[in-house]
Design a protein around this ligand. Structure first.
Ligand SMILES: O=C(O)CC1=CCC(=O)O1
Length: 107
């Protein structure tokens, strides 16, 4: 199951800088481990914001919740989750590079 997740980070300005740096480093390791496992497929910085747009490929809503709840920065984040469905215009679904196959009219 694919999900687009937006994470807006707001670390309090009065947080001890060492705690902030340590939490950010732990977050990076946590994220990179999940990227290596294939569950965290993409992470993009949203330009000009302390936010990212990530794509997760996980087996269930419960697994996504577990991953997000476990983010070291979770308590400083606003998280938005959008489940993804295939789009009928996606040429990757047609089995040919030229998109010349039969596509569904739905959606
Ligand atoms: O900096 C961010 O966008 C927050 C974050 C999530 C995973 C990571 O490494 O940083």
């Amino acid at each position: 199951m694919l999900y687009a997740v937006t994470m807006d980070v707001a670390i309090p300005h009065d947080l001890d800088p060492e705690v902030a740096a340590s939490t950010i480093a732990t977050e990076k390791a946590y994220s990179q481990e999940l990227q290596r496992s294939g569950e965290w497929r993409h992470i993009w910085r949203i330009a000009g914001q302390y936010s990212n747009l990530s794509i997760f490929d996980v087996e269930s809503n419960e697994r996504l919740h577990e991953i997000l709840w476990g983010l070291p920065l979770f308590k400083y984040m606003t998280v938005k989750v959008q489940p993804l469905a295939t789009h009928p215009s996606d040429i990757a679904l047609l089995g040919g590079a030229d998109g010349g196959g039969q596509a569904s009219q739905a959606g």
